[in-house]
Design a protein around this ligand. Structure first.
Ligand SMILES: NC(=O)c1ccc[n+]([C@@H]2O[C@H](COP(=O)([O-])OP(=O)(O)OC[C@H]3O[C@@H](n4cnc5c(N)ncnc54)[C@H](OP(=O)(O)O)[C@@H]3O)[C@@H](O)[C@H]2O)c1
Length: 250
């Protein structure tokens, strides 16, 4: 299988790359930090995979489009859109600059890369597009408005693509993790509920992809808590959100 993974230099992307590294797979790994990306590539090659690394910033949309066009010259079986950032949790107003960067990285960059790849997958009449969203997209906390918004936009995009591409034999999957140990979450100073180890989180993601789950929120208990809160009368859900926020120290 030829698998493209963005944000493969650390965290979930790195461990997904290692998880798919075998002599059956050819990996294309993309991120900005060359040294870290090469370390991942070396480990993947030791597991038998053929690996191409692309050192690039997903916010450079012209470059993403060019990379997508080049990648689409050969079969692409799976692309995992994982590169993403958070700007931390704060009770203050997010600067426009941060807001813009979050939307570029977590949302807009995705289409810059996919635009040339989707027609290729349509021509193949096969392919899998996997979006790494977040449980935070389901309920926008006051301390992470921009992050939640960017991931909710991603969900909407993924949902539309799924309907659009299903008749062409293309599977579109949206994975919504809760907290998983990574460079991103190591910056959080509050106690993260239901925090998973990187290995445990990535195993769940790989399981969901293997089962072609179109919408996969996890861990289940955390997801059910969010769904339950959203179903409550507004005044009760407001109280719960305020309490959770207070616990975060925001
Ligand atoms: N960890 C969690 O609890 C959690 C929960 C829900 C969703 N997620 C999502 O999971 C994804 C992976 O996050 P993570 O937790 O594994 O965090 P991470 O360890 O910080 O990894 C983020 C990855 O994205 C890459 N990246 C960031 N900005 C980029 C850019 N402008 N251009 C190219 N690559 C870029 C980083 O590589 P370089 O810095 O080398 O470019 C890195 O490889 C993100 O989309 C995140 O929103 C994470």
């Amino acid at each position: 299988m030829r698998i493209v993974i963005t944000g493969a230099s650390s965290g979930l992307g790195k461990h997904l790359a290692l998880g798919y590294a075998s002599s059956d797979n050819e990996l294309v790994l993309l991120a900005r930090r060359q040294e870290k990306l090469e370390e991942v590539a070396v480990q993947c090659r030791l597991r038998g995979a053929k690996v191409e690394t692309i050192v690039s910033d997903v916010n450079d949309f012209d470059v993403m489009h060019t990379i997508g066009t080049r990648l689409a010259q050969t079969q692409i079986d799976r692309i995992i859109l994982n590169a993403g950032i958070s700007v931390g949790h704060s009770g203050g107003v997010t600067s426009f600059e941060d807001f813009h960067r979050l939307f570029q990285t977590n949302f807009l960059s995705v289409h810059a890369l996919l635009e040339p790849i989707i027609p290729k997958m349509m021509a193949q009449e096969s392919g899998e597009i996997v979006f790494i969203s977040s449980l935070a997209s389901l309920m926008s906390m006051p301390t992470s408005v921009a992050y939640s918004s960017s991931k909710r936009a991603l969900n909407a995009y993924a949902e539309g693509l799924r309907y659009q591409l299903k008749p062409h034999g293309i599977e579109v999957m949206t994975i919504l993790p809760g907290f998983i140990d990574s460079e991103m979450t190591q910056k959080n100073s509050f106690k993260m509920p239901f925090l998973l180890t990187t290995d445990a989180g990535v195993k769940r993601i790989m399981h969901a992809i293997a089962k072609k789950k179109r919408f996969y929120p996890f861990p289940l208990r955390f997801y059910l808590m969010i769904r339950g809160t959203l179903l409550l009368p507004q005044f009760l859900s407001d109280r719960i959100v305020n309490y959770a926020n207070f616990k975060k120290g925001a």
